[in-house]
Design a protein around this ligand. Structure first.
Ligand code: SRM
Ligand code: SF4
Length: 574
């Protein structure tokens, strides 16, 4: 149990990954951001600051659709920022929805994007609009602090605190953990909200993070079995609720999940977390903090590709991790309790909560809230009209959907009429409802292939295959990402597509329906015709040969189509 300050006392920063030097030298996340913001000659911020803005919740990007054209015209890339909100549990009031919508129209590209971590992202925010944007978000009583960067990110929790008192308690814990693990620096308030720096005050301290912050991003999810909508095993730290006689007693603690990897580098791999113990409710904040500190002090700061906590857990073993954690806690974790999941998707349409109120789960294709001209689906306008008459919360889900919560019986018809009027919900199959795609082009700088813009048309074709096989009422978890970073958690899907190059994807098979098993590479670098050529016979075979209640991901393993992945470490073994 040696903390990071002591560990790095005699280590030259030059021996560490480049970001480590940057964090230490940035005066607690200030860098040269004041100057960068004032520089009107460019839409960009200086190179080092592009890493620091992440800790404040925004990323510099450029529009990749016009990159070549602008290069030919000798113009700088069309820089703008992606801004991500911190919204633990994905909950906002209708009034906040209206304010956030207004921010999108005034300072961003007019759309809102529900992310796979239950919050909104804005795209297309120009540097000149950034401060106004962040101030407006702040006026809506929200912020973007630590939404990205080497810190604890938005804490996600199983959707809809209004469904039951257990859901409410778990959601509140997500908020408490998020608040507890926030960085302490006032840099955000000074640079973007105009707070004065206290002159001559004591040097700012980051008691939890220190000037080194974390080796890499850190993610926490909480869920309540049998729902695994959050994909709890994809996170650095997962809490699985244990309920006895209708009372929330505590949580199983899972550590070391993560999705990201790099094509062609087998030392990088996705990993599902290990359940290492159990803690009662009143230890959750302490356990969150101490797990994060074990990673702060032991994560790899030399190699950023090996810096996530999943590698710390694998390198030392889960038993070591538990022992180390217990030494930080000063007490032992209890032994894990039994749990069972039955799905990792969302609930759609109207359903009733414990308090008798109604909730409407709305499918939002890949999380994009906009008015779509081609299909005449007016999701942005429709949600605005709903938010105007709805006097309760709207909740975002980790599957990029939303829930209009706490609707009285006699108000349901009004909401139904607005959904109809604005043509908000497209007819969907279970296959589509279980699907997710990451953002990718044109904003994501790391995208190798399309995802959000392509997945709908591929699903049209897969829907036709499913119909042909008589499986229109069956669900298969299908996910796509534009690169191997795994933002839509594709390695937990029954069918995963991961971008390799424009129009080409790696096809992964064999995840399970509950998000507890990783899939495996089945075909590499294939185009749409080959994807359909591979999947059509498999789907037909599944229709004919499956056992009662057998899911597609289980079938492909039983039928010998693909080998089961039993742990992240053997993800690449064929
Ligand atoms: Fe992600 C980076 C979008 C959830 C793993 N992710 C990015 C960036 C910021 C690209 C970049 O670094 O330049 C993407 C911005 C695209 C854009 O234009 O908006 C991006 N990630 C997203 C979102 C918006 C995908 C979506 O379609 O919803 C999700 C935002 C979540 C949020 O609100 O915080 C998003 N990213 C995830 C998840 C899923 C999750 O957390 O449950 C993962 C896999 C889980 C994990 O972390 O292991 C994920 N994103 C990554 C990685 C790979 C990390 C790694 O360990 O290797 C990167 C790249 C990196 O960090 O170097 C990345
Ligand atoms: Fe971008 Fe890759 Fe994440 Fe998709 S998976 S949003 S392409 S980083």
């Amino acid at each position: 149990m040696t903390n990071i300050i002591e560990k790095l006392r005699d280590v030259s920063l030059d021996e560490l990954a480049a970001n480590e030097k940057l964090k230490v030298g940035a005066d607690y996340l200030r860098g040269r951001l004041m100057e960068s913001m004032a520089d009107r000659a460019t839409g960009a911020v200086v190179e080092d600051d592009t890493q620091l803005t992440k800790f404040h919740g925004f990323y510099m990007q450029d529009d990749r659709d016009v990159r070549n054209e602008r290069r030919q015209q000798k113009l700088e890339p069309l820089y703008s920022f992606m801004v991500r909100l911190r919204m633990p549990g994905g909950v906002m009031t209708s009034d906040q929805w209206l304010k956030l919508d207004d921010v999108a129209q005034k300072y961003a590209n007019g759309t809102l994007r529900i992310t796979t971590r239950q919050t909104f992202q804005y795209h297309g925010v120009f540097k000149d609009n950034l401060r106004a944007h962040l101030k407006a978000v702040n006026e809506a009583m929200l912020d973007t602090i630590a939404a990205c960067g080497d810190v604890n990110r938005n804490v996600i929790s199983t959707a809809n605190p209004h469904v039951s008192s257990i859901h409410r308690q778990v959601y509140e814990l997500a908020g408490d953990i998020s608040a507890h693990l926030l960085p302490s620096t006032r840099a955000y308030h000074e640079i973007f909200l105009g707070e004065e720096r206290v002159a001559g005050g004591p040097e700012e301290q980051e008691p939890l993070y220190t000037k080194h912050y974390l080796p890499r991003k850190f993610k926490i999810a909480l869920t309540i079995p049998p729902e695994n909508d959050v994909d709890v095993f994809a996170h650095d730290l997962g809490f699985i609720a244990h309920v006895e006689n209708g009372e929330l007693k505590g949580f199983n603690v899972s550590v070391g999940g993560g999705m990201g990897m790099t094509h062609g580098e087998p030392s990088t791999y996705p990993r599902t977390g290990d359940v290492i113990g159990y803690c009662p409710v009143d230890q959750v904040i302490d356990v969150s903090e101490k797990v994060m500190l074990v990673q702060r002090d032991n994560g790899d700061r030399r190699n950023r590709k090996h810096a996530r906590m999943k590698y710390t857990v694998d390198d030392h073993g889960p038993e070591w991790f538990r022992a180390e954690l217990e030494s930080y806690l000063g007490y032992a974790l209890e032994e894990p309790r039994e749990f069972q999941f039955d799905n990792n998707g969302d609930r759609y349409g109207w359903y009733q909560g414990e308090n008798g109120q109604w909730h409407y789960g709305m499918y939002v294709e890949n999380g994009r809230i906009a008015d779509f001209v081609e299909t005449n689906r007016q999701l942005m306008t429709g949600m605005r009209e709903i938010a105007k008459i709805h006097d309760n919360d709207i909740v975002l889900t980790t599957n990029q959907n939303l829930i209009i919560t706490n609707v009285a019986e006699d108000k349901r018809a009004v909401i139904d009429a607005l959904i109809e009027q604005y043509n908000m919900v497209r007819t969907t199959t279970p296959l589509r409802r279980q699907s997710m795609a990451c953002v990718a082009f044109p904003t994501c700088g790391l995208a190798m292939a399309e995802s959000e813009r392509y997945m709908p048309s591929l699903l049209d074709k897969l829907d036709a295959v499913m119909a042909d096989a008589g499986l229109s009422d069956d669900a298969i978890v299908v996910r796509m990402t534009g690169c191997p970073n795994g933002c839509a958690r594709p390695y937990l899907a029954e069918i995963g597509f991961v971008g390799k190059a424009l129009g080409r994807y790696n096809l992964y098979l064999g995840g399970n329906f509950t998000g507890q098993r990783l899939n495996k590479l089945y075909r590499e670098n294939i185009d749409e015709a080959t994807i359909l050529g591979e999947l059509t016979p498999l789907i037909h075979r599944y229709a004919k040969e499956r056992e009662e209640g057998e899911y597609f991901g289980d079938f492909v393993i039983r039928a010998g189509v693909i080998k089961e992945t039993t742990a992240g470490r053997n993800f690449h073994e064929q």
